[in-house]
Design a protein around this ligand. Structure first.
Ligand SMILES: [Zn+2]
Length: 256
C-alpha cells in the first residue's frame, strides 16, 4: 500500500472503513470464505444462502447395503425448497453423486440450484475431525480430483467451490484445493440438523444464528439428518418474515 493510500484509509471514519471491509465476503485466517457481505448497498435486501451437504462415506454405503439406513438422499429437502421457490446450493461428495446419480443430475439441472464439491468420500482433512476417517497428505489432491470427476460425470457440472468435511482443514489443505482451481467456502451458521430428531430445534438454531450475509449449512443426505426437510418450511418462512432474501452461494458472493 502506498503512503497516500494509507493516509486516505486513515482519514476514513471507522464506519466507512468497516463498510469497505464488509462489502466483501469474509475470509478467516486460513483463507476460507465463511459468509457473504454483511453490509448492504442502498436498497439491497439482506441475503442468506441455504446450503446442503450430501455426505457419503464407505461406512455409510455399507449401512445402505445392509439395510441399516434406508436412504442418504432426502427428497423432502428438495420438495420443501421447490414448494417455497427457494434457490439453494448443494455440496455433493463425489461418492454421493455415484450412489445417487439421478438425484445429483436432477439437482444440477434445476434452474434454482447450484452444485459444489464436498470431497470424494468425506474424510477429515485435518485431525481430529469429529470421528471422520483420516486421509494421508499424499492422497488429498487425488481425493479432490476424484470428487470433481465423479460430480462432473454424474451431473455434467464442474463445481467451483469446495467445502471440507466437518470444516477441518489446515492451510496447506486450503492451498491444495485452490491449486485444483476451487475456492473454499464453509459457513457461519450451523443448522444443527445432524443427528437432530426435533425439527423445532433445527428451526431455532438457524433463525437465532443467522445474520445478513450468512451461509447456513444443513444436510440433504437424510439418514443421519432426517428432519431437515420437515424443518425447512418454518426456516424459510421465518427468514422471509425477517426480511431475508434467499439466494444461491454465487449470488451471495457476487459471482453469479
Ligand atoms: Zn459433510
Amino acid at each position: 500500500m502506498t503512503r497516500a493510500a494509507l493516509l486516505a484509509l486513515l482519514l476514513l471514519s471507522s464506519a466507512q472503513a468497516a463498510a469497505l471491509i464488509h462489502l466483501r465476503p469474509s475470509l478467516n485466517a486460513a483463507g476460507i470464505i465463511t459468509h457473504g457481505p454483511r453490509t448492504l448497498k442502498t436498497g439491497q435486501p439482506k441475503q442468506v444462502a441455504l446450503t446442503f451437504d450430501a455426505d457419503m462415506t464407505p461406512g455409510m454405503e455399507s449401512e445402505l447395503r445392509s439395510g441399516k439406513v434406508r436412504s442418504f438422499d432426502n427428497e423432502t429437502v428438495v420438495q420443501a425448497l421447490e414448494a417455497a421457490n427457494v434457490p439453494a446450493t448443494f455440496f455433493l461428495t463425489g461418492m454421493w453423486a455415484q450412489v445417487y446419480p439421478a438425484s445429483a443430475l436432477a439437482l444440477a439441472k434445476h434452474p434454482s440450484f447450484e452444485i459444489e464439491d464436498h470431497s470424494y468420500d468425506h474424510p477429515g482433512f485435518s485431525q481430529p475431525c469429529y470421528g471422520l476417517a483420516s486421509i494421508a497428505d499424499a492422497q488429498k489432491s487425488a481425493d479432490i480430483g476424484r470428487s470433481q470427476r465423479a460430480i462432473q460425470t454424474a451431473t455434467g457440472t464442474t463445481p467451483q467451490y469446495f467445502r471440507f468435511p466437518g470444516g477441518c482443514a489446515s492451510e496447506s489443505d486450503v492451498q491444495k484445493v485452490e491449486a485444483a482451481g476451487l475456492t473454499v467456502v464453509h459457513w457461519d451458521v450451523i443448522g444443527g440438523d445432524a443427528n437432530q430428531k426435533s425439527p423445532a430445534v433445527i428451526v431455532s438454531d438457524v433463525l437465532s444464528r443467522v445474520k445478513s450475509g450468512s451461509i447456513v449449512v444443513l444436510h440433504v443426505s437424510g439418514g443421519h439428518a432426517p428432519e431437515t426437510g420437515v424443518a425447512l418450511p418454518a426456516i424459510i418462512k421465518g427468514l422471509r418474515a425477517e426480511g431475508y432474501q434467499l439466494v444461491t452461494l454465487k449470488t451471495l458472493l457476487g459471482r453469479p
